[in-house]
Design a protein around this ligand. Sequence first.
Ligand code: TXA
Ligand code: MG
Length: 320
Amino acid sequence: MPCPISKDVSLAADQLRKGRLVAFATETVYGLGANAFDTNAVARIFEVKRRPNFDPLIVHIADPNWLDRLVVEIPRDARKLIKHFWPGPLTLVLPKTKAVPDLVTSGLPTIAVRIPDHLQALQLLREADIPIAAPSANLFGRISPTCAQHVAEQLGERSDLILDGGPCRVGVESTVLEFASSATTILRLGGVTVEQIESLIGSVFLAKTAGHPSAKGLSSPGMLSKHYAPRTPLKIESQFGLLPTGKRLGLLTLTPINYSEQFAVVEVLSASGNLNEAAANFFSALQRLDTRRLDLIIAIPFPNEGLGRTLNDRLQRAAD
Ligand code: TXA
Ligand code: MG
């Protein structure tokens, strides 16, 4: 039986409390949620997503005071960021309490936590009255879903319920920022930009992308180099001098270009070159391209600033 899609928040909250899995919308992407304190439910997330258990989950909360149960300490800079960016696409990695199951954090002594900026997600959290552990609601390594239909296509009956909260406004995942005694490091670029973070707390480090898919030496396994990927091969090209001939090509571009007749399908992310609009359209455009039986998707890199950096990061991980 296909998984029901519903807009009933009370039903979804009830399911979560009963240990079921509920896919729900946030401002970034859809998450596949479970009660963070229910280890059986959390274990099913890994199973359903085919996610390796070395890759820890983000825990979603409704209010900063829920942190008391989850983290032992909040550094001063983290407090500043919470005040400024929550609810919003910023995930903070902080030392965890014993109450947080090791399964959620893949055995790490830290927990990743955020408040989503999405009315329905906040209602769900408040009604369920439990922190919700939720990775993006895609199969491991594949394109993140930004609407209920995409969740259904990837996870189908493997989720117990999909709570339809409409299309995601931001469209790329949250920025993951780790606080360690020695340094503050961006583990994953995301919806809050480096510039925004640095204007508030000064310069931060940027973690290097891992070279190959193994957890060894990774502070954040989401830094795997191959991730967020379509099935169709994708290549990043800033110039089209040497396009392969006799192939069905797709183009992913921020703004319209002159030579688009060489492509069977063209996805323009923002006619005016607006990076917020481009981010909101990014994963659904990639998803559409992936269904058009193309031999190759060519992607033009974004300007390397603000959300453009996040989008270039996702492109690099989608590329072969
Ligand atoms: O926008 C988002 O963040 C979405 C929505 C649903 O909230 N969630 C999401 O979750 O993207 P996921 O599981 O796809 O990515 C979580 C990232 C991974 O890169 C994971 O390795 C990292 O957060 N992470 C989680 N816990 C961590 C921890 N304790 N230390 C370091 N990295 C952690
Ligand atoms: Mg993900």
